[in-house]
Design a protein around this ligand. Structure first.
Ligand code: FE2
Length: 438
């Protein structure tokens, strides 16, 4: 397609519609990488991935290579994964243990786990140099800010900006809700990760997580298949996990229109807090007893009674507390994104809960699932369809009354309202306007 100038960022988001360039413009994507993903708080790792000193994970966050390292004192530091010398990545493995020293494979510059320079070969040859006055002589560079909340590690790349608690506000209750499903309050990643790249803009995926109006049409065949399999079973005394998880996809609009939602400032949300496809899960009595024994009965019951369809901590993760799963959303290019589906084990909870988590990820989020491939097909179709001419706008009008809304505090809404998406774009526009910090 011929290059056409992108309209100014401030004109791309209106109160009830967005310009197609938010999904298809290379210029917008480039600005997003530099501004939006640097100014916002993004998930980088779960502490259970790096239990021992020297354990690390590497990742790519909006084009920046990062290195998350467990320290000798048990704390966690997040550095740019870049040797101070020439810029090579210190580690290219997805995860590992560095021992007591981080060492570059190129010229063997080494660093303490806290990033301070330890060893430089032929150091005497630097004696009269200006290395110590250069950033290259000052060890590894940390990201602007890092915060660990209930073992979820988040970073803000920018040095200055919104604080962690101010950014997430009440949406953090959904990390509490998931962690409190463990009698000890601890989660552990389990069963590996399912990764999938999709040829669409990352925002489509986050919007779809909050889209209760698509399953009836998009997932019609998956729901029907599950229903047909279950109806053929002669014995229906106990429902297999897979059937329990798939049958709700056969629900009609009458089910989805009963869902409620809450939106929080900065793009976050919780969908279907009171009634979701996860509300009906049964729990063994000994687990209920263990949960009540440590949390108190009232809190234990409150935790289990709230089973949102999805809670989005915008823009990097969506968690489902009841089946203990989390999706991580990463931009790769204007028309390419990575999705990761992780399962959790709740410490002290029966294996049934981890089985639910891993089954859910395989059944619903894996690219081999009969659910996700319908979504993926449509995301890729939208990405292509937006190249059309004659209509520059994508509609987010559902549930508006013609008046502009500003989400400045927790706002309840219908689960079918596109306020859940409008709220994401309000936040997007706000952080896209942040100046670039180098
Ligand atoms: Fe879907």
């Amino acid at each position: 397609m011929k290059h056409r100038p992108t309209p100014p960022i401030s004109s791309l988001v209106e109160s009830d519609r967005v310009h197609r360039d938010v999904y298809i413009s290379e210029d917008v994507f480039e600005q997003e990488q530099r501004r939006f993903f640097a100014a916002t708080w993004n998930f980088v790792a779960h502490a259970s991935q790096i239990p021992k000193a020297g354990d690390y994970v590497t990742l790519d966050l909006a084009g920046r290579p990062l290195l998350v390292v467990r320290q000798a004192d048990g704390s966690i530091n997040v550095f740019y994964n870049r040797c101070a010398h020439k810029g090579s990545k210190l580690y290219t493995n997805e995860s590992g243990n560095a021992g007591k020293v981080l060492q570059c494979a190129y010229h063997a510059w080494s660093y303490r786990l806290d990033g301070k320079t330890l060893g430089i070969p032929l150091r005497q040859e630097y004696a009269e140099s200006r290395l110590s006055q250069c950033k290259s002589g000052q060890g590894l560079t940390r990201v602007g800010a890092a915060e660990v909340y209930r073992d979820f590690v988040f970073v803000r790349l920018d040095e200055d900006g919104v604080g962690f608690k101010d950014y997430f506000g009440e949406s953090l209750q959904w990390l509490d809700n998931m962690a409190d499903r463990s009698p000890s309050g601890r989660l552990e990643m389990t069963g590996g990760v399912i990764r999938n790249t999709i040829r669409c803009n990352w925002k489509m995926y986050l919007e779809n997580i909050n889209d209760t109006v698509h399953p009836v049409s998009t997932h019609e065949s998956a729901g029907k298949a599950a229903k047909a399999v279950w109806e053929k079973q002669p014995q229906k005394s106990s429902m297999p996990i897979s059937v329990e998880q798939m049958l709700p996809f056969a629900s009609g609009y009458d089910f989805f229109t009963k869902m409620d939602a809450e939106v929080y400032p900065n793009g976050h949300s919780a969908l279907a807090v009171k009634l979701s496809t996860h509300t009906g899960y049964a729990y063994p009595q000994d687990y209920l007893d263990a949960l009540s024994a440590t949390h108190g009965e009232a809190h234990a019951m409150e935790v289990l009674s709230k089973a949102p369809q999805n809670s989005v901590l915008f823009p990097s993760i969506a968690v489902k507390g009841a089946p203990l799963v989390m999706r991580v959303i990463r931009p790769l290019a204007v028309d390419r994104m990575l999705i990761e589906a992780w399962s959790f084990r709740a410490e002290g909870a029966p294996e049934l809960l981890s089985e639910r988590a891993m089954t859910y990820n395989r059944l619903v989020f894996s690219p081999m699932s009969i659910v996700a491939h319908d979504d993926v097909h449509l995301f890729e179709s939208v990405q292509q369809g937006l190249q059309s001419q004659g209509n520059e706008w994508v509609s987010l009008h559902r549930g508006t009354n013609g008046q502009p809304e500003q989400v400045t505090q927790t706002m309840p809404c219908k689960g079918t309202s596109e306020l859940l998406m409008r709220n994401q774009f309000q936040a997007w526009a706000k952080y896209m306007a942040e100046p670039v910090q180098e």
